[in-house]
Write a protein that binds this ligand. Structure first.
Ligand SMILES: N[C@@H](CCC(=O)N[C@@H](CS)C(=O)NCC(=O)O)C(=O)O
Length: 222
């Protein structure tokens, strides 16, 4: 059994999707980020960075894993799924996973922060993150013009890492117009039962866009 510490965010969804795809038994512990539950001492023992997602593997001496990319790799290796093939193929999956972790996630995350959450609107900063997000999504579009999935013809943890971010592009104000291959892939991945289920874990609390903005404003102010 795996304990999943998570919340309704793209980084959290990566792991609920992976656990669903891999059919691993897990238990969801939803943290209230706006209440700072991710900074409490007991949780910092699991993730010293005080952020979600994190897991504890009850079947492996309560082994703790933080950082969504590291969790995806751990689960893929544990289940023997979605990180398969020879050394070159695994390297391709790893490259696109790192591309998500080092590029797509941070840039789209900052586009969200400056486009939505910061009360002060700084046009140069907003366009910097939007342009960089668009550039990264165009890199994916080119890759997806040649491949069904991000790392080739097989669905992998690179897709699970990227889809929850790509689907929320409009929140940061990044257009995907003209990125037809990316759009094709978004629909393909988005129709997988594990993805549909994963983005509803934990069960979303009904909330307006304004309420969400207010909550996250509080979070990033501290
Ligand atoms: N690089 C980390 C990023 C984790 C992250 O930024 N999590 C956000 C939610 S998406 C969080 O926990 N925010 C709460 C906070 O900043 O205190 C990962 O991929 O796991």
């Amino acid at each position: 059994m795996i304990d999943l510490y998570t919340a309704n965010t793209p980084n959290g969804y990566k792991i609920s999707i992976a656990l669903e795809e891999m059919a691993l038994d897990y238990n969801v512990i939803g943290l209230k980020l706006d209440k700072g539950e991710q900074k409490l001492p007991d949780f910092l023992k699991i993730n010293p960075n005080g952020r979600i997602p994190a897991i504890v593997d009850r079947d492996n001496d309560n082994f703790c894993v933080f950082e969504s990319g590291a969790i995806l790799l751990y689960l893929a290796q544990k289940s023997g799924q979605f990180y398969q093939g020879d050394a070159k193929q695994r390297s391709v999956i790893m490259q696109w996973l790192m591309f998500q972790m080092g590029g797509v996630g941070p840039m789209m995350g900052q586009a969200n922060v400056f486009n939505r959450y910061f009360e002060e609107k700084i046009p140069a900063v907003i366009s910097r993150y939007q342009n960089e997000s668009r550039r990264l999504l165009a890199v994916l579009d080119l890759q997806l013009s040649k491949n069904t999935y991000i790392a080739g013809d097989k669905y992998s943890i690179a897709d699970m890492a990227t889809w929850p971010w790509a689907r929320r592009h409009e929140w940061g104000g990044t257009s995907i117009t003209g990125l037809d291959h990316l759009q094709r892939w978004m629909q393909l991945v988005g129709s997988r039962p594990a993805c549909i289920k994963g983005i509803n874990i934990p069960e979303p609390i009904p909330q307006s866009a304004d309420q969400r903005i207010k909550q996250i404003r509080n979070l990033i102010a501290h």
